[in-house]
Design a protein around this ligand. Structure first.
Ligand code: GLU
Length: 488
């Protein structure tokens, strides 16, 4: 069989075939990554092909933006518009001659025909079908034109599209690697357009032709393409080509069971990057959208995903897009970063907010916030109280049995004590030990001192410990804030 030969000779080849229509939808990224995982788990090639035949929908600069995302993810294409390869060009509008030649060949083989129907006729037909509540379908008027009729029309310069000549009845059984055999009644299939009157192919035609010419061995794509699947297979059959294996990835739903949509949250990868999700987290999260690793472990590096990935372990039922899980994974990967790495990662967020911050402040802020960050952008909120004391009500100083006034008395004692702590002992550990010892010496209760102290230093109900904050603020600022609290 040709297909087996392909596997032996050329190895596994998967492609990501986006249309350059703007930002990258997270569902498309999942499709791309699954293609990458399958290819790399079998030491195969991962190819980028730009499907830009629908020029109306094209957004300028989309390819560069897309490549930036993949660079950021550190996911490399083996072949594509930028790196080239033996199967190029990798941009469909640069391959029009190939489609034209193969469309002519298909007409010769009897698998397609020229349709000269005018748009007025087609529109009339569509309206009538609508009125009769019939599904919109081409009525095959040009399917059996005689060769003289065709010649005359061509001579007259009549415009035409090329349509696929579908078999007229029976069932077509197609094989999906996840769902098994699926049967479709052929009568439901339209003689759809393969090449438009301007010579540009439709997605349906170009993708089959390219998958064949580029020797793609596995097509992994979203299951919204299942309805096209029988048409694709019939096209392979009409050409006498061996189709690749098809892997239709499960739908991605939001937590309430609906379609992922912009209204419920972000759907574009670029939004997630901007908010400060790390590439490790995005990759790990996307891998779990439909794939179930054999073990229990869900935190997986890209290397671990690739070495464990078998497309047979992809499920057919919808995957749930759980943002909490994404946050959890992201928090985990943020905690794995070194302080210096994290400082580099968060610096742009301060720049974007026009917040000036020096390196030693930044380092302290990271020490205080790393455990609490779910995404990089959180750093702004988490560090705001360090950079500027928030306004707070004096009543917040009160704690359990001690009222505001008593809390302020305790703060006075604290102030006296802290004033005497030498600069070189002003660090988290030593502050913690000496403050606890001091409270003990006063026969005080920890909370009665620590709560007012923490509120005085942070102005917040919830915050890191007072020792950490005091260290991050430095002695002078800490004493100032305590004095302020005493006078509230
Ligand atoms: N160009 C199609 C898209 O952007 C590709 C679908 C496929 O992978 O076959 O969705």
């Amino acid at each position: 069989m040709i297909f087996d030969n392909k596997e032996k000779i050329g190895g596994v080849r998967l492609r990501f075939a986006p249309s350059p229509t703007g930002f990258l939808h997270i569902g498309n990224l999942r499709s791309a990554l699954f293609g990458y995982f399958i290819a790399k788990s079998q030491k195969g090639k991962f190819i980028l092909r730009l499907e830009d035949t629908d020029q109306k929908r094209e957004v300028e600069g989309a390819l560069d933006k897309l490549l930036e995302v993949f660079d950021w993810l550190n996911v490399k294409f083996d072949e594509g518009p930028k790196q080239g390869g033996n199967y190029g060009p990798y941009i469909q509008t640069q391959r029009l001659d190939k489609y034209q030649k193969l469309a002519d060949e298909l007409i010769e083989r009897g698998g397609a025909y020229r349709c000269f129907c005018t748009s007025e006729r087609l529109e009339k037909m569509r309206l009538q079908q609508q009125e009769e509540k019939l599904p919109p379908r081409y009525d095959r008027c040009c399917r059996d034109l005689s060769s003289t009729e065709i010649e005359n029309k061509l001579k007259n310069g009549e415009k035409f599209v090329i349509r696929q000549k579908m078999p007229l009845d029976g069932d077509i059984i197609v094989h999906d690697e996840i769902r098994g055999d699926i049967s479709f009644p052929i009568k439901d299939l339209d003689d759809h357009v393969l090449v438009k009157s301007n010579g540009v192919p439709t997605y349906q035609f170009a993708s089959v032709v390219d998958d064949h010419l580029m020797e793609i061995t596995h097509v992994s794509r979203g299951d919204e393409w299942l309805p096209s699947f029988p048409k694709n297979i019939l096209l392979y059959q009409a050409f006498g080509w061996q189709p690749p294996k098809f892997i239709h990835l499960p739908l991605i739903l939001n937590k309430s069971g609906g379609k992922l949509s912009k209204r419920q949250g972000d759907v574009y990868v670029e939004d997630y990057i901007q908010k400060g999700y790390l590439s490790e987290a995005i990759i790990n999260f996307c891998a779990l959208l439909g794939w179930h690793p054999k073990g229990e472990q869900e935190i997986l590096s890209i290397g671990e995903i690739i070495s464990n990935f078998r497309f047979q372990d992809i499920g057919a039922s919808p995957a749930v897009f759980d943002e909490e899980k994404l946050d959890y994974l992201n928090g985990y990967y943020i905690r794995q970063k070194t302080k210096t790495e994290l400082m580099d990662l968060v610096r742009p967020y301060f720049v974007a907010e026009n917040i000036e911050i020096n390196e030693s402040q930044l380092e302290k802020i990271i020490t205080l916030s790393q455990e609490r960050m779910k995404k990089l952008a959180d750093i702004i909120e988490l560090s705001a109280f360090i950079l500027k004391l928030p306004d707070y009500e004096g009543e917040l100083l009160a704690w359990k049995k001690i009222d505001k006034e008593k809390a302020q008395e305790n703060l006075k004692l604290m102030l006296e004590f802290l004033d005497k702590v030498p600069d070189q002992k002003w660090n988290k550990e030593e502050l913690e030990t000496s403050i606890f010892t001091y409270i003990e010496e006063q026969n005080g209760k920890n909370g009665d001192f620590l709560w007012p102290l923490r509120v005085a230093l942070s102005g917040l109900k919830n915050s890191p410990s007072p020792f950490e904050i005091a260290w991050a603020l430095g002695k002078e600022e800490s004493l100032n804030r305590i004095t302020l609290a005493i006078n509230k």
